[in-house]
Design a protein around this ligand. Sequence first.
Ligand code: COA
Length: 128
Amino acid sequence: MNYEKIINDSETHVFKVVFPNTTNHHNTMFGGKVMEMMDEVAFITATRFARKSFVTVSCDRIDFKRPIPADTLVELIGRVRYVGNSSLKVTVEIFMEEMYANTRDKVVSGDFTLVAIGKDKKPVRIFE
Ligand SMILES: CC(C)(COP(=O)(O)OP(=O)(O)OC[C@H]1O[C@@H](n2cnc3c(N)ncnc32)[C@H](O)[C@@H]1OP(=O)(O)O)[C@@H](O)C(=O)NCCC(=O)NCCS
C-alpha cells in the first residue's frame, strides 16, 4: 500500500506560545512539558493518519538540541515515518521562532511509537 498521500495529508502542525507557566527556573521551557506536547502531537498525527484509537507504547529518543526561552513561539510538526501492522512511528520536530524577529531554529526532535487498539484495548491492524 502506498501511504504517501495519507502521510502527507496527516502531517500535523501545531503552534504554541511559550508562556511563563510552561517554563522552569532557567526561564526556558520545562522538558516534561515539551514531551507532553510532543506526545499529544504524535497522537493527533496517528489519529489523523488512520482514524483509529491509538495509545503511545514507546518513545525511542528525544533530543533537546537547544533551550526554548520564554516568550518565543514554537511549531510542532508530526509526521508518520513507519507503518507496521498495529503500530506506527511518528517523528515530532519542534521549531522555535522569536516573536519579533524572523528567526526559526530546529530545537527538539523525537520519535514516538503508537499502537492502534480496539474496544477490548488489544492491538488491531491499522489498515484491513
Ligand atoms: C499498546 C499495547 C496494547 C500493546 O500490547 P502488546 O501486548 O504489547 O502488543 P503486541 O506485543 O502484540 O505488539 C503490538 C505492536 O506494538 C509493537 N510494540 C509493542 N511494544 C512496543 C515497544 N515497547 N516499542 C515499540 N513497539 C512496540 C509491536 O512491535 C507490534 O507492532 P506491529 O503490530 O506493528 O507488528 C499495550 O502495551 C498497552 O496497553 N500499553 C499501555 C499503553 C498506554 O497506556 N500508553 C499511555 C497512554 S496513551
